[in-house]
Design a protein around this ligand. Structure first.
Ligand SMILES: *[C@@H]1O[C@H](CO)[C@@H](O)[C@H](O)[C@H]1NC(C)=O
Ligand SMILES: *[C@@H]1O[C@H](CO)[C@@H](O)[C@H](O)[C@H]1NC(C)=O
Length: 590
């Protein structure tokens, strides 16, 4: 582990203030522990992936900045684009993304949603956990190996920034014969056949303090457009489509292709046993790859994306166009009422089965996470609820929402971001703010840094219990670092609140149906209201990984931190930017 870390660091160091160039850290004979098998760097690594060819080093420059669209709507963009540039690489390529923050008064980080970050936990993009936030005017260089194939995306860790447009596709391909379902389709053209779905708001959410989860988006967009995305196919062929729900609000999406059934082949980048369906449901952060066969009458068909939850009533459309078809009329007519039908089958990721059978385990540690709304008592001194970044002015505000309303919590606490990045400087973290998961009640404050200490290769069953005493909502959670096996999803048929005692009884009596044979492998899961989702998690590499609800609250975080032992060489820690020690003069920024 140490070797890999050192080496990655050498291959792709972090040039923080621009002084340290890549070249100055190029491996020499002495420190080259793991060969950098790449030759030179490539701006675009998009290519057919072949066997026995060297991986590449793929570099991208991202500048995040505010922008105004043609229609006058403000957004946040990456290189003036939203969604940001698509990244497509081959398995084992080294991905280097230099992210420059040009959003005044905002700290940013980018999270690589679903990417394992084995050996590079400090590239996971969580502020004050895996890195210092990137302050206005500075640059952080993300560098990691694309170590698992599939459909991913990147987004700003901040829900506000992501909602304002900071997200994009990240696709890792592998040689076609390695794709378990390649026999089901003829073409896998991810550049043209990926649909990443986001939101648009008429006003910028960045900088707003209230809980934006209560704010309904004004539009849904597919690849940035409400209706303009065109997907071309040739009659008679099968195509792999990739769907990404890149929304950070509790906004599940139903996706259907008019008159074309879909065959689901992957969920959250993991292959599944193929299932045919009329429509799929994607929770925020989920991805799904499906096969669509162009076997209908040559013509144009609408792909309909409809929102649920906070996005209820919103729709976005893309066009499936057979080659040679004149789509002028279709465009003029717009989507027909016929599309507004109820679908016979709707499948979501947790209903699928993995291709891999689970190996038997002898010892499982069960961790119960009670999720519900509470009305904690905040003191006036609880004003600094957000992480501290010395580069930013302190935030002397206390949103009124906290004083009046209840907030969603795990085990009666909200997650408190530490004063120093936990992964890198755990000794600097104020011990008084830490509480152990399961022992939260020993902590007096409504917020604490909830830590679950796990050992490598330990088998944990994480029971996410959406108890439903004070809320009727479903919540979606994302696991950082490594995917989990979803062994049970259960919703109380009597629609009454559930408790730990209920869970223990039902589970021991086998009344909660579980799939212990071939559960789906996922990084994003929904927890039904008045129900349970049970995740089997076996950490195999070290790091500090969040299990977080991104769609629950933007005022007080709902998350726990799972730590898996790892020692990061001091050399690496010392080279990574430390918090708040660098601010270029504004004049240098332009
Ligand atoms: C497509 O249809 C429109 C409207 O019917 C027509 O004006 C246009 O010329 C057609 N385009 C082609 C290339 O045939
Ligand atoms: C949840 O739904 C039930 C039944 O419809 C209702 O009585 C209750 O007030 C709702 N609770 C909340 C917090 O909205």
């Amino acid at each position: 582990m140490k070797l890999l870390i050192l080496c990655l660091y050498i291959i792709a160091n972090l040039s923080y203030n621009g002084k340290a160039s890549l070249e100055s850290f190029m491996p020499t004979k002495d420190n080259m522990i793991l060969a950098d098998t790449t030759k030179g760097t490539h701006k675009s690594c998009s290519r057919p992936c072949k066997f026995n060819v060297k991986p590449r080093r793929c570099t991208y420059d991202f500048e995040i900045s505010p922008s105004i669209e043609e229609n006058g709507r403000p957004t946040l963009t990456i290189n003036n684009l939203t969604p940001g540039p698509s990244i497509k690489v081959c398995l084992h390529d080294i991905v280097i993304v230099k992210v420059k923050n040009k959003v005044p008064n905002q700290d940013v980080t980018l999270h690589w949603h679903g990417v394992e970050q084995k050996g590079t936990p400090y590239m996971d993009g969580v502020p004050m956990i895996t890195q210092c936030p990137i302050v206005y005017g500075s640059t952080y260089e993300y560098a990691f190996i694309a170590s698992n194939p599939g459909t991913f995306f990147y987004h700003s860790d901040s829900v506000n920034h992501q909602s304002d447009g900071v997200y994009g596709t990240f696709i890792v391909d592998q040689p076609q014969p390695l794709e378990p379902h390649s026999s089901l389709y003829d073409y896998d053209r991810s550049e043209d056949h990926t649909m990443i779905i986001g939101t648009k708001f008429n006003e910028l959410l960045t900088g707003r303090l209230e809980d934006i989860n209560e704010i309904r988006p004004d539009n849904l967009v597919v690849n940035g457009d409400e209706m303009d995305t065109k997907i071309f196919v040739i009659q008679g062929y099968g195509y792999r489509f990739r769907f990404i729900n890149a929304i950070a609000l509790e906004c599940p999406l139903l996706i259907n292709v008019e008159r074309h059934p879909m065959t689901i082949i992957t969920s959250d980048a993991s292959p599944v046993r193929p299932v045919i369906t009329d429509a799929v449901r994607l929770y925020p952060g989920e991805r799904m790859d499906v096969v669509v066969r162009a076997n209908q009458r040559s013509g144009g068909y609408w792909i309909r994306v409809s929102g649920e939850g906070v996005c209820d009533g919103l729709n976005a459309y893309a066009m499936l166009l057979y080659s040679g078809f004149n789509y002028t009329n279709l465009l003029e007519q717009g989507p027909t009422a016929e599309l507004e039908q109820d679908y016979e089958t709707i499948i979501y990721g947790q209903q699928l089965r993995s291709l891999r059978d689970m190996s038997p385990v002898t010892k499982v540690k069960s961790v119960y996470l009670s999720i519900d709304k509470n009305a904690p008592k905040f003191k006036d001194s609880d004003i600094d609820f957000s992480y501290r970044s010395d580069a930013m002015s302190k935030k002397p505000f206390f949103p009124a929402v906290l004083a009046s309303e209840s907030v969603l919590q795990i085990n009666g606490k909200n997650f408190l971001y530490p004063n120093a990045p936990y992964l890198l400087k755990s000794r600097d973290v104020n011990p008084d703010i830490i509480c152990n998961v399961g022992e939260e009640s020993e902590h007096k404050e409504p917020q604490c840094l909830q830590v679950l200490k796990a050992e490598a290769n330990e088998v944990l069953d994480l029971v996410l219990a959406n108890e439903g005493l004070h809320t009727n909502d479903t919540y979606t959670f994302h696991m950082h670092g490594k995917s989990v096996q979803v062994i049970a999803t259960w919703e109380n048929p009597t629609n009454t609140p559930v408790s730990k005692a209920d869970f223990l009884k039902l589970y021991s009596e086998d009344l909660i149906t579980r799939n212990a044979r071939n559960p789906p492998i996922k990084d994003t899961v929904a927890v039904p209201n008045k129900g349970f989702t049970v995740l089997r998690y076996t950490p195999t590499f070290g790091g500090s990984w969040l299990l977080e609800c991104r769609s629950c609250s933007t005022v007080l975080p709902v998350a726990i931190l799972i730590t898996v032992p790892l020692s990061i060489p001091k050399l690496v820690v010392d080279t990574l930017p430390s918090c708040g020690n660098y601010r270029p003069a504004d004049t240098l920024l332009n």
